[in-house]
Design a protein around this ligand. Structure first.
Ligand code: GYE
Length: 307
């Protein structure tokens, strides 16, 4: 089955480096931008990229890694769907002498040396930034603030760590509480469904939505509008990623704050592949540089966004 879904990149140089890229899927706008970025960077570097889409399923992703091992690629890149359950297959990659890089999601393994490097964001910091913005934005409010949290995929590192960073900052702030928190799998439909399910059982009494990504935030916006609740006004919305559709909603005042998480990791990943295959050492973590978008800077920033 995987065989059929393998898509090879065109090839340029003589000794062509082979990279196996185990993607998450196509759940979000971030993901599509990330997949495109990796493909384009591989092409630019003359690297032969085999990518497999796991459709948000870890079993399929593990099967993809085994396929790459069987094909004897030079480097394996994984955007791990979830954090745990990687020890065995990574040991297999090591036994085959194939280095592994992580892209935009982290894992928990007993032996950290099974992975050469993680290239991506600091999710705890993203969660903290979201809460810090909220604290500043609402500092003159006297009444308690009720927060709805739209969580990403259960067990994925951006979900766990965005939640953790947000809650760390929340603990220092009396009067703020997460009153409703559900998983929406990082999808538009998921975000929409959470708001609809809430509204089936409750009157709307949420002051703030903290969404772990843009797609879920936009799904929530649609559900709110369908119920005549004014997103961005009746309820403040904070999101993470910084994709064009969310920045547009921010410009329209339907989202209030977007914490950036950069999907354009292809060039850094391919540089890491080049370093690895020429025997250079890699730093353990390569953290991307990110900002935060609000109505104060959106008109300037949105111009540079092409995903
Ligand atoms: O925030 C979300 C995507 O792994 C950082 O995955 C990534 C996350 C991103 O589906 O939109």
């Amino acid at each position: 089955e995987y065989q059929a879904r393998l898509e090879a990149q065109p090839v340029k140089a003589d000794r062509i480096i082979q990279v196996g890229y185990a993607q998450v899927g196509t759940e979000s706008t971030f993901r599509i931008a990330a997949n495109n970025s990796v493909k384009a960077a591989a092409k630019d570097e003359g690297i032969n990229l085999l990518s497999l889409d796991a459709d948000q399923d870890q079993e399929r992703q593990i099967a993809a890694v085994r396929e790459f091992i069987a094909r004897g690629v030079d480097v394996i890149v994984i955007s791990p769907v979830v954090e745990t359950g990687w020890d065995e297959v990574l040991q297999e990659a090591r036994d085959a002498g194939i280095p592994v890089l992580l892209s935009d999601r982290k894992i928990m393994v007993e032996d950290d040396s099974l992975v050469m490097s993680y290239i991506g964001a600091d999710f705890i910091e993203e969660g903290r930034r979201a809460m810090k913005w909220l604290l500043e934005e609402t500092k003159s409010q006297k009444k308690p603030i009720k927060i709805m949290e739209l969580q990403g995929t259960k067990g994925a590192s951006p979900t766990t760590e965005r939640k953790q960073g947000f809650e760390d900052a929340l603990l220092t702030a009396p009067g703020y509480s997460i009153v409703y928190s559900r998983g929406g799998d990082f999808t538009y439909e998921g975000g929409k469904r959470i708001v609809e399910e809430y509204l089936k059982e409750h009157e709307w009494e949420i002051d703030v939505i903290f969404s772990h990504n843009d797609d879920m935030a936009l799904g929530a916006v649609e559900a709110l509008e369908e119920h005549d609740i004014n997103p961005g006004v009746d309820v403040k919305i904070i999101s993470v990623d910084g994709t064009k559709p969310a920045l547009t909603a921010l410009q329209e005042g339907k989202i209030n704050c977007v914490v950036e998480c950069n999907p354009l990791l292809g060039p850094q990943l391919m540089k890491a592949v080049g370093d690895l295959t020429s025997g250079k050492e890699l730093p353990l973590r390569i953290i991307t540089d990110e900002k935060i978008f609000t109505k104060e800077n959106i008109n300037r920033e949105i111009k540079n966004r092409n995903y």
